[in-house]
Design a protein around this ligand. Structure first.
Ligand SMILES: [Zn+2]
Ligand SMILES: [Zn+2]
Length: 322
């Protein structure tokens, strides 16, 4: 099965947490968190259309300037999602520069601030020298963004301050059966993308496709497509080790193919974890087990474990797989 997303951490586990997700068929990418992103090449930065920020501690947000510098002359808008205060934080970053010569630039930055049951929306556009404009507030019901290919869900958790955790979920995955394609003497071509698009958008079965001068209905072509469960990727960072948070994370990340989760402390330092509002490696393993995830990638480790990094992996794996 050809995957739709490819997810990878940008940095090592002792550095700023950040996951880059390529959407393979759309030549675009998503970013989860925006700490140090200096290792992303300009070509990769330019693909980023949406950024999902967990919270605005520096290690999760200091890369805003690098991203802005990269996309400043781009026509494609940039969307930034995050918890309470994200609009003010983006505004503050933009206010740190002088913008008298960018009125002809097309860049539009839209910022979505997720609160308990609403999403506030602010626009910062180059044509207005990035002065803030407020747009109507939307309802937040757990879904942050929905497109034909995927949806992003989120929950509001605590890290003393509000923090978001996210999941990216493909609606379903469409595989083309090459054997049936050959058997029916149908050529490989751009029509296959149109077919997938029509399936994804749940278009009526009456639409038709012209292939090699012959007309086919969607229904006739459905037998070459197999529909399977889509990919799911989740991202959980900087969360207090409370039962309340655990109870909200598990349903969000349920059934993920990959869960990227912080493991800032070892369980033996649980007091520290409580004080600093972070998860332990054992808790990351517990979430992965209870949510039945395919694989767990722990990251964002306290520097105190630089010489005992295996203990973090062992503790998480023991809890995850037993
Ligand atoms: Zn933090
Ligand atoms: Zn952090």
């Amino acid at each position: 099965m050809k995957p739709s997303f490819h997810a990878r951490p940008v940095n090592g586990p002792f550095e700023d947490p950040c996951v880059y997700v390529r959407i393979l068929r759309e030549k675009r990418a998503l970013l989860f968190d925006l700490g140090y992103i200096g290792r992303l090449e300009l070509g990769n930065l330019l693909k980023v259309t949406d950024v999902f920020v967990t919270h605005m501690h520096m290690d999760h947000f200091a890369g805003f300037d690098t991203l802005l510098r990269g996309v400043l002359k781009r026509d494609t808008p940039l969307r930034i999602f995050g918890p309470e205060n994200i609009i003010q934080c983006v505004g503050g970053k933009l206010n740190g520069y002088t913008w008298n010569l960018i009125k002809d630039y097309p860049l539009k930055i839209d910022v979505f601030e997720i609160n308990k049951d609403s999403i506030s929306h602010a626009g910062f556009y180059a044509e207005n020298s990035f002065r803030k404009v407020m747009h109507p507030t939307m309802i937040f019901d757990g879904i942050i963004k929905k497109e034909p290919l995927f949806k992003i869900q989120g929950v509001l958790l605590t890290h003393q301050i509000p923090v978001m955790a996210y999941s990216l979920e493909e609606e379903f995955h469409i595989n083309i059966n090459k054997a049936i394609l050959t058997e029916k003497e149908l050529p490989v071509g751009p029509w296959l993308s149109d077919l997938k698009k029509a399936i994804r958008e749940q278009r009526s079965e009456e639409i038709t496709f012209e292939i090699n001068n012959k007309i086919f209905t969607l229904e006739e072509l459905m037998e070459i497509a197999t529909i399977t469960k889509g990919q799911k990727i989740s991202y959980v960072m900087d969360v207090a080790p409370s039962d309340e948070n655990m109870g909200k994370i598990i349903p969000l990340v349920k059934g993920s193919d990959i869960l990227f989760c912080e493991a800032y402390f070892l369980e033996k330092d649980r007091d520290r974890a409580e004080e600093r509002h972070h998860l332990t490696a054992a808790l990351a393993g517990k979430i992965a087990r209870e949510a039945n995830v395919g694989s767990l990638e722990i990251m964002h480790f306290s520097p105190k474990y630089r010489h005992s990094v295996d203990e973090l992996y062992n503790e998480a794996m023991k809890e995850f797989k037993g």
